[in-house]
Write a protein that binds this ligand. Structure first.
Ligand SMILES: C[S@@+](CC[C@H](N)C(=O)[O-])C[C@H]1O[C@@H](n2cnc3c(N)ncnc32)[C@H](O)[C@@H]1O
Length: 345
């Protein structure tokens, strides 16, 4: 990843099919990259609040790296800590991605349109190609093509995600290229995926339209395009959200938002417990596209049907429940994430 920055539960196809029909798409371990739904307020701080917190720290707050009396590194509750490497890609994958959920989601969205299982995935903006690896692990006959502009990120992915999967690696191809050139390749994928809002780096409507059109042209006639979208009032507010993971903290920093252009600059910082802080590990210069802007563009370039998968609400907590269902009416959450699946025909 140039400028910026999982739970193996085998689920039978029958169970998976039943799930989508009855309860939508459930993830056992939802790890939203960016603003999680509804609970964001609990963990988020405005920039002002953050400044106050920083002051508090200087005034003598214990740091995460504090040692217990015995000298072993423990967390505040005295539990032994998991050691995580201070590698921004490892930390990113742990906190931001859930490749198992995503691959299951692609399969189900495809099945919903076509009634069969897809075989060829193209993962655009693939970064470390974690999703490609999961795809070929789950689909013994499947193939995956990962496309990303950044060679070092692809190389990291090949070493850490693709080579370790053994013989399955032969069914993964990593391509260092611009995603907009996808239609110039011979392969006709069943699914093209662009996740974690990566397309937001395209700020001009004409550029995003060109990209969507190239995806349309490159897909198999039965193919589908899957992307995600985020929004809600909080998506337009400078704030920092800190999420604690085993061995490290993940910080989503919405540094600035320009309402005139809908451009946002965001960062991911990591703090390894008992280890270094990775300040600005990833930077994102985005346009925050709205859902109707996306669905209009998809229609404009030829996609015949677009399903929006909206996350349900946990009645007890009022937070997102990790279950995504096809919906035409969302709710007015302060922050939300949704998936879009667009069918070529
Ligand atoms: C936010 S990361 C996405 C990583 C991963 N796919 C995920 O879901 O978390 C965005 C990636 O897009 C790549 N990228 C940005 N613009 C691109 C383009 N025009 N063509 C191909 N890759 C691009 C960057 O190098 C970076 O690795």
């Amino acid at each position: 990843m140039t400028n910026t920055a999982e739970t193996a539960n085998a689920v039978s196809e029958a169970a998976a099919a039943a799930e989508i029909e009855t309860s939508g798409i459930a993830t056992p371990k939802r790890k939203p990259a960016r603003p999680p739904k509804k609970d964001a307020a609990k963990k988020s701080t405005s920039k002002k609040d953050r400044a106050k917190k920083a002051k508090g720290k200087k005034a003598g707050r214990k740091t995460d790296g504090a040692k217990s009396a015995k000298g072993k590194k423990k967390d505040k509750k005295g539990k032994k800590k998991t050691k995580v490497p201070a590698d921004k890609f490892v930390l990113y994958q742990e906190s931001v991605q859930n490749s198992e959920f995503e691959v299951r989601f692609f399969q189900r969205a495809y099945r919903k349109f076509r009634g069969t299982t897809p075989s060829v995935l193209r993962e655009d903006f693939c970064g470390t190609a974690l999703v490609c690896a999961e795809w070929v692990k789950r689909l013994p006959e499947g193939r995956a093509i990962g496309v990303d502009l950044d060679r070092p990120t692809l190389d990291w992915g090949r070493t850490h995600n693709i080579e370790p999967i053994g013989d399955d690696a032969a069914r993964v191809e990593l391509v260092c290229a611009d995603v907009r050139d996808g239609d110039k390749r011979d392969v006709r994928p069943d699914v093209v995926a662009a996740l974690n809002f990566s397309y937001c780096c395209m700020k001009r409507r004409a550029d995003l339209r060109d990209y969507f059109a190239s995806v349309y042209r490159s897909l198999d006639d039965d193919g589908i395009f899957v992307l995600d979208c985020y929004g809600g009032p909080e998506a337009q507010q400078p704030q920092v959200e800190i999420t604690e993971y085993d061995g490290f903290d993940y910080e989503w920093d919405q540094d600035s938002f320009n309402p005139i252009t809908a451009e946002a600059t965001c960062y991911i910082h990591f703090k390894v417990k008992g280890g270094p802080r990775l300040e600005k590990a990833f930077r994102y210069d985005w346009r925050v596209w709205t859902m109707p802007e996306l669905t209009d563009l998809l229609e404009e370039v030829g996609f015949q049907r677009t399903d929006v998968y909206w996350e349900g609400t946990d009645k007890k907590t009022g937070e997102g429940n990790g279950v995504f269902r096809i919906s035409t009416k969302g709710d007015d959450s302060d922050a939300w994430i949704a998936y879009v699946a667009a069918a070529k025909r």
